[in-house]
Design a protein around this ligand. Structure first.
Ligand SMILES: C[S@@+](CC[C@H](N)C(=O)[O-])C[C@H]1O[C@@H](n2cnc3c(N)ncnc32)[C@H](O)[C@@H]1O
Length: 436
């Protein structure tokens, strides 16, 4: 087993070169690296007779590592675009010869459509000059879609190119192939066509006036096909479900008492709007299409920032009796009053903490029916200082909550330290290890 703690702290959370296959189809800044999952697979002695669950599966890192090691897994995710990514990344049952054929057709129609709308790109270096039938009308974003896409996230010309490519992809008549191309498109808009970067918060870069896309798209899909062609002869199954981890047993009604291990990383209470991190690709793929659909998405997420708190929320009711949580919430509110901070967002800070831990209480509670006797769980969580520099020892408090529900805290293992953006102080990211 690789000793992951020997990796330099500053790069410990990065995907290693040899781990790119399948993972790199689409990754995001909130993900943890494959070697962390592998470490717990070996530490816990997980093998192909076991079932692993990641209830906050994000881009499917846990599920992919399990699959590669012939271990069956379940994944749950409430953000549609990352749910889509983990589902596509873990479905390897696809004919690569049909994929190659469809790929050539998409490039051909996209190339002639770009020509037709005055956006020509030279594709002769990587495909036969074979022209397809161009689109009859140029696609655009609707007014509702534009209302939820920050204007500076992508410049007008690259956006036109991307929408044309998307429409050509959607013309492919197959139940799986278009999804794979759409995932490549999601990767392309974030890492090539858009004006965004992550540090770790999403920010806008200098606007690119124009950028050709077909070459980048070609390389992405080519790599995906190579990964599929070199998949291991035997791989685990991965069942990925769209849903809310605060009602996790409802999401897997056929797996009661079957889950042996959990390896996961829930959100942390940190004032980051997770839906903004994935907004560009969510809108382009049509998975967030209006203010209403954005709100519906936010309502499904664990409360962790002031942009996803709603008047009807009551998750805090589950943790009323926890002194540690009440103390932190009180300290945050007292600091706000002392600092004379009066914005609506700041007034919500103390509530976020209560709703966050209340949501996690509900998660641990609804998880129990899924767990087999003697199961072990690893929760990767960061301490936080986002709310007027009040220290929130996330792993410790989650341990208290879990204990109150009958879990045993086995250990809290330091994974790495991170520089807190607001305070420039190194704070801990830990792995809370529980057993039933
Ligand atoms: C820290 S990220 C997990 C990243 C993942 N380990 C990876 O490598 O990609 C937390 C994930 O939890 C998801 N999430 C937030 N609230 C959720 C909920 N109530 N139910 C399910 N997933 C949720 C977020 O959308 C996000 O993708």
């Amino acid at each position: 087993m690789q000793n992951i703690f020997e990796i330099e702290n500053s790069v410990r959370n990065q995907t290693q070169i040899g781990d790119k296959s399948f993972h790199s189809w689409y990754q995001f800044v909130l993900g943890y690296p494959p070697h962390l999952v592998r470490y717990y697979i070996y530490k816990f002695g997980i093998n192909s007779g076991h079932l692993v669950l990641d209830p906050f599966c994000g881009t499917g890192t846990t599920n992919l590592e399990c699959k590669k090691l012939n271990i069956d897994s379940l994944g749950l995710e409430a953000n549609p675009v990352v749910y889509f990514a983990s589902r596509v990344k873990t479905d390897w049952n696809i004919s690569t010869s049909e994929l190659r054929q469809a790929f050539r057709e998409v490039i051909a129609t996209a190339s002639s459509s770009l020509d037709k709308y005055g956006l020509s790109e030279d594709v002769s270096l990587f495909v036969q000059p074979n022209k397809g039938k161009p689109l009859s009308a140029e696609p655009t974003l609707s007014k509702d879609q534009r209302a939820v896409l920050p204007k500076d996230f992508i410049s007008p010309k690259p956006l036109r190119r991307v929408l044309i490519l998307k429409e050509c992809i959607e013309q492919v008549n197959d139940d799986k192939i278009p999804d794979l191309f759409l995932l490549a498109l999601a990767n392309l808009v974030v890492n090539h066509a858009g004006n965004v970067a992550f540090g770790p918060e999403i920010y806008t870069t200098n606007p690119q006036k124009d950028v050709h896309i077909l070459d980048f798209f070609y390389k992405l899909v080519d790599r995906m096909i190579c990964d599929l062609d070199s998949q291991p002869a035997i791989a685990g199954t991965a069942e990925i479900v769209y849903g809310d981890a605060r009602r996790v047993s409802d999401c897997f009604p056929t797996h009661l008492s079957e889950v042996n291990f959990v390896i996961t990383s829930p959100p942390y209470p940190n004032e980051k709007d997770y839906t903004r991190t994935t907004r560009l690709e969510s809108v382009i793929l049509g998975l967030v299409s209006s203010k209403q659909s954005l709100r519906t998405l936010k309502e499904q997420l664990l409360r962790s920032n002031s942009r996803n708190i709603f008047v009807t929320d009551n998750d805090q009711d589950y943790v009323k009796s926890f002194d540690s949580i009440n103390r932190i919430a009180r300290e945050i509110e007292e600091k706000r009053i002392h600092l004379k901070k009066t914005s609506g967002f700041e007034k919500m800070y103390h509530k976020i903490v209560k709703h966050y831990f209340g949501g996690m209480y509900r998660h641990f509670q609804t998880l129990k029916p899924l767990l087999s006797p003697e199961s072990r769980l690893a929760y990767v969580v960061g301490d936080q200082m986002s709310f007027f520099r009040t220290h929130i020892p996330t792993a410790k408090i989650l341990g208290e909550i879990a204990e109150s529900l009958g879990y045993k805290v086995e250990e809290i293992e330091l994974w790495r330290t991170r520089l807190a953006t607001a305070t420039k102080i190194q704070i801990e990211e830990n792995v809370l290890i529980l057993r039933t």
